[in-house]
Design a protein around this ligand. Structure first.
Ligand code: 4AD
Ligand code: MG
Length: 467
């Protein structure tokens, strides 16, 4: 039996049949109330599970006049007898002996309404939306997925490391990082040549928020063997889409003595581990999502456990796209970047399965990916999910110093500045690989929510950094 220090029982424990009929106290927020002069029925939700607990308050209770004033959103503590409910629709009910009120919620201004509210409205009220059943379910699933990810990597002997958020290296070389400065922006110091004088800034050189923890992850894997990071990541790409955030969470494993094949296997195993865990442990929360989205996620989640993910090389994928007879908005040719419409066609219509595309053209991918013997492709992989597109991006890493330097130069990356990274290829270099999983995209796929802003409590997107 789990009770809080304050002696409160969690409603999830009651519905899990862990609490024998007895005298207990609960605390939570009022979802609905109906009643009469003689008694009131309160539906109390404490956020620990989808279900509320029905509370019956008899009019004999000393503060019944206060109970009559309760409206949706009020917070209360209730002590009473937990009994098997004679009524239909619930197994247990609480017969109140004492009710105390923490806080009223003015019904005139309470932002949540009984009627169906749009996602947009709720995003504008992100400080309150966690009180709705959909969002509380999504955020509980998010918590469970995070826990399952830690469990998966721990079981496989990966060491959880913390890579820095402040960095001087643009790890993806894509120039999409947020700048970090301590300058008074009204009086930015300039050099004689009129350029910003970063030597006077806090870190004495241009600094940014990390776009990945990979580079430091690689350094740590070269001693700890298998590591993973799991933290926030920042990208200033101006993509106002339903799949992009300026701040998102990424899981990045990196492992030594591994190649692309191992990497694909690890990504598939990790996703399936998470799926199995959610199917087993988030039953009610999944039901809430399914009811809200009208998408039977459970069906495709189960399918993902039954069949291995499809693996297709970029070159084969291009052939499929060229010969499928579909008119894509962006032209398809060997060397073209796979756009969302192409990715989705492959996994949603052609394969109807999670799909891993590997061996991309060298020009399309970051400098650190292993160059294949053909000299044209690198050992990259993207895991694509039906309904979402790319969820994982990763690669075997270039572990040969000369080739790495060549590729960095070709992409205009300052090799001196990144010598710490290059030097690993000089001091006991080994084949290694890793990937980045976008946590929010995985949550979208698992819950069926179709906007990334609805799976993170406080989304940051262009023009929006509220709360
Ligand atoms: O493919 P990306 O850019 O890969 C990397 O950053 C590598 N350094 C990872 C690694 O190998 N260690 O990003 C990885 C994943 C994408 O597949 C996507 O799921 C997610 O991160 N992602 C985003 N999610 C939300 N909003 C954005 N703006 C995202 N950009 C990438
Ligand atoms: Mg990518």
């Amino acid at each position: 039996m789990s009770t809080l220090l304050s002696g409160l029982t969690q409603i999830s424990e009651i519905h899990a049949d862990n609490i024998p009929p007895s005298q207990i106290s609960i605390a939570g927020w009022l979802r609905t109330k109906r009643g009469s002069k003689k008694f009131s029925f309160l539906e109390i939700n404490d956020g620990t599970c989808t279900k509320s607990l029905q509370v019956i308050v008899d009019a004999n209770i000393s503060n019944y006049s206060d109970i009559e004033k309760l409206t949706t959103g009020c917070s209360v503590k209730i002590t009473g007898n937990l009994v098997l409910s004679p009524g239909k629709g619930q197994k247990y009910e609480l017969q109140a002996t004492a009710v105390s009120i923490y806080g009223f919620a003015d019904p005139e201004t309470y932002p949540l309404q009984k009627k169906e509210m749009t996602y947009e409205y709720l995003r504008d009220n992100a400080h309150m939306r966690v009180r709705t059943s959909t969002y509380s379910s999504v955020f509980r699933i998010r918590s469970r997925i995070s826990f399952a990810i830690h469990q998966f990597f721990t079981q496989r002997g990966f060491c959880y490391v913390h890579t820095p958020l402040l960095t001087t290296a643009d790890g993806e070389g894509a120039g999409e990082s947020f700048k970090v400065t301590n300058f008074d922006l009204e009086k930015v110091p300039k050099t004689k040549e009129g350029k910003v004088d970063f030597t006077q800034d806090f870190f004495e050189e241009p600094t940014m928020l990390c776009v990945t923890g990979q580079l430091e992850g690689e350094l740590l894997a070269m001693g700890l063997n298998r590591i993973y990071t799991f933290g926030p990541t920042f990208r200033a790409e101006n993509s106002n889409t339903s799949r992009h955030l300026a701040e998102f969470w990424m899981v990045e494993p990196e492992f030594a003595f591994a190649d692309l094949e191992d990497n694909m296997q690890l990504a598939q195993d990790m996703i399936r581990f998470v799926v199995a865990d959610v199917l087993e442990n988030c039953h009610d929360d999944l039901d809430v999502c399914i009811q809200k989205t009208q998408l039977d996620t459970r069906e495709y989640l189960r399918l993902a456990l039954e069949k291995p993910f499809i693996r297709v090389s970029y070159t084969e994928a291009i052939e499929i796209l060229k010969s499928c007879g579909k008119n894509f908005e962006h032209p398809v040719y060997w060397g073209c970047d796979l756009k969302s419409e192409h990715e989705r066609y492959l996994c949603e219509e052609h394969f109807k399965s999670p799909t891993i595309v590997f061996n991309y053209p060298e020009e399309l991918k970051a400098f650190y990916m292993y160059l294949n013997d053909d000299g044209k492709t690198v050992r990259a992989m993207d895991v694509l999910m039906p309904g979402i597109g790319e969820v994982v991006g990763g690669s075997q890493r270039e572990d040969r110093e000369n080739i790495l330097i060549e590729r960095m130069k070709a992409k205009g990356i300052n090799t001196e500045h990144m010598d710490f990274y290059v030097s690993l290829r000089r001091f006991g270099s080994v084949p290694h690989a890793g990937f980045g999983l976008g946590l929010e995209r995985l949550i979208m796929w698992v819950t069926g929510m179709n906007n990334i802003r609805d799976v993170i409590p406080f989304p940051r997107t262009p023009g929006n950094c509220k709360y």
